[in-house]
Design a protein around this ligand. Structure first.
Ligand SMILES: CC(C)(COP(=O)(O)OP(=O)(O)OC[C@H]1O[C@@H](n2cnc3c(N)ncnc32)[C@H](O)[C@@H]1OP(=O)(O)O)[C@@H](O)C(=O)NCCC(=O)NCCS
Length: 438
């Protein structure tokens, strides 16, 4: 591994991953991807290295794969035509042969990649055991609107106990796009259907689906987060393209069945799975049953996380130092912004005499800035102040004067502070005083 330019940056970055490592250990993630990802050899090899990393972090992994381009290629080589109806392959006897060949070859390829372990490679010491088997019971789609889909099927049942046993044994489970019926037949399934069904049956913590195109807003920017309600509204009003819309529907079905979170990630972004999982903002679209962000009153259990936010700012002189004890005593003055269990920001309101109050300790995590969080925290403090019939809101700052000006504060002199607070004013620090009438 190449060392980062600055050791302190590397250490800071590594420390930031700690909450994710705590949160993910022992959790079950189902990752679904189409055969397209496998055809891009270099990118797929990197993805397998990412799988290795996730497995090393004690995440229980199920990989579900498809094989559309591989089936297509075999049919073409034999001079046969692929037939589709409503976007679904009609799997006739000849296509079924190609389906079995593709699934068999891909299984061997994926197992081979997961078996790597050369020293001085990212897979060194990996020793991943892969389990694959007849975990999926399938049924034929049958004849729909006069079209017989033949060997194209639907998931009927997932052997969740069988998969969970393998995961418990520390193995990575590989589930192909195939299902078996009690009559001994094989059916070709959509990998998205399999991934959704497996995640639902396992009660997985996360379902990650690799897609061609991510849901985007009108300006073309990727939508980073959606609640289930928002995702449903988006499906109704926007044309996301058949693939993204289909993936979103599978994600919603998984959430409705109790899966914790669903993520759509682009198969074209290198390292997409790691970026999505280990950064606040992610690179894909995360879909949750409930809103992810919560602005709430701070609790005593938040003290550690608040300290984590403000200590670097205290160290560089941006904020006045508060010890853990003081923070514990004053925790009732704080509001925090929580995102998916992690604290993104905090602010405190200290009532002062003369119907005034001081807004203090406003901080937003560096990688979450410029997203309006600071403004939301300020608004929460203003609402609190209003409820307390406070007329004047003060803020003292050495670094963020322009931010307060854009938020409607006006520069004031320390003499404007109520007497009691004026006596505590630190002339050496020389903070600028700002005032906003509420
Ligand atoms: C000040 C702070 C809380 C703002 O949080 P935030 O979530 O990034 O703020 P918002 O997203 O609501 O506002 C972002 C806007 O303010 C601007 N801004 C952010 N910090 C600024 C600063 N110190 N000075 C001037 N402008 C600033 C951004 O450029 C952005 O402008 P834009 O909308 O034109 O792009 C955050 O930068 C922070 O934690 N700073 C360190 C602690 C601090 O200084 N606290 C204030 C003392 S109590």
């Amino acid at each position: 591994m190449t060392a980062p330019a600055k050791p302190e940056e590397f250490v800071r970055w590594l420390r930031q991953t700690a909450p994710y490592l705590h949160a993910f250990g022992g959790r079950t993630f189902v990752i679904g991807f189409g055969g397209e990802l496998i055809t891009e050899r270099a990118r797929f090899a990197q993805f397998i290295q990412d799988v290795n990393l996730l497995a090393a972090l004690d995440i229980r992994l199920v990989l579900v794969h498809g094989a559309r381009p591989q089936i297509e290629a075999e049919l073409k080589a034999k001079g046969l035509r692929s037939r589709y109806a409503k976007g679904l392959r009609i799997t006739d006897a000849a296509a079924l042969v190609a389906v079995k060949h593709a699934a068999g070859a891909l299984r061997v390829d994926i197992e081979a990649l997961l078996s790597q372990g050369l020293p001085s490679s990212p897979m060194a010491g990996a020793e991943i055991r892969v389990a694959s088997g007849n975990y999926i019971a399938a049924q034929p789609i049958g004849v729909v609107e006069g079209v017989d889909y033949q060997f194209t099927g639907l998931v009927r049942k997932v052997d969740a106990t069988g998969i969970a046993r393998r995961l418990q044994a520390g193995e990575v489970v590989l589930v192909p796009h195939l299902g078996y019926s009690p009559t001994g037949e094989v059916f070709n399934l959509s990998w998205e259907d399999v991934a959704q069904s497996v995640a639902a049956a396992l009660g997985a913590d996360k379902l990650l689906l690799f897609v061609d195109r991510l849901p985007a807003d009108r300006k073309g920017a990727v939508i980073g987060e959606l609640t289930a309600r928002e995702a449903k509204a988006l499906l109704k009003k926007a044309d996301l393209g058949a693939h993204a819309a289909g993936a979103l529907r599978h994600a919603l079905a998984a959430l409705a069945a109790g899966v914790g979170r669903a993520h759509l990630i682009s198969r074209r972004t290198p390292g997409a799975a790691l970026l999505e999982l280990f950064t606040h903002s992610g690179v894909g679209t995360m879909i949750t049953a409930e809103p992810m962000q919560r602005l709430r009153e701070a609790r005593i259990e938040d003290v550690g996380s608040i300290l984590g936010l403000i200590e670097p700012l205290e160290a560089d002189g941006t904020l006045v130092k508060r010890g853990r004890e003081r923070l514990e005593r004053e925790i009732a003055n704080f509001v925090v912004l929580e995102h998916d269990g992690a604290l993104l920001g905090c602010a405190a309101l200290y009532p002062l005499p003369e119907k005034s109050a001081e807004l203090a300790c406003l901080a937003v995590a560096p990688d979450a800035r410029d997203a309006g969080h600071g403004e939301r925290l300020l608004q929460a403090c203003e609402a609190r102040a209003k409820g307390m019939k406070i007329r004047k809101l003060f803020a003292l700052t050495t670094r963020a004067e322009h931010w307060f000006l854009t938020q409607g504060f006006k520069a004031a002199s320390p003499a404007a502070l109520p007497g009691e607070r004026q006596a505590l004013y630190n002339w050496k620090r020389g903070s600028k005083v700002f005032l906003k009438r509420t």
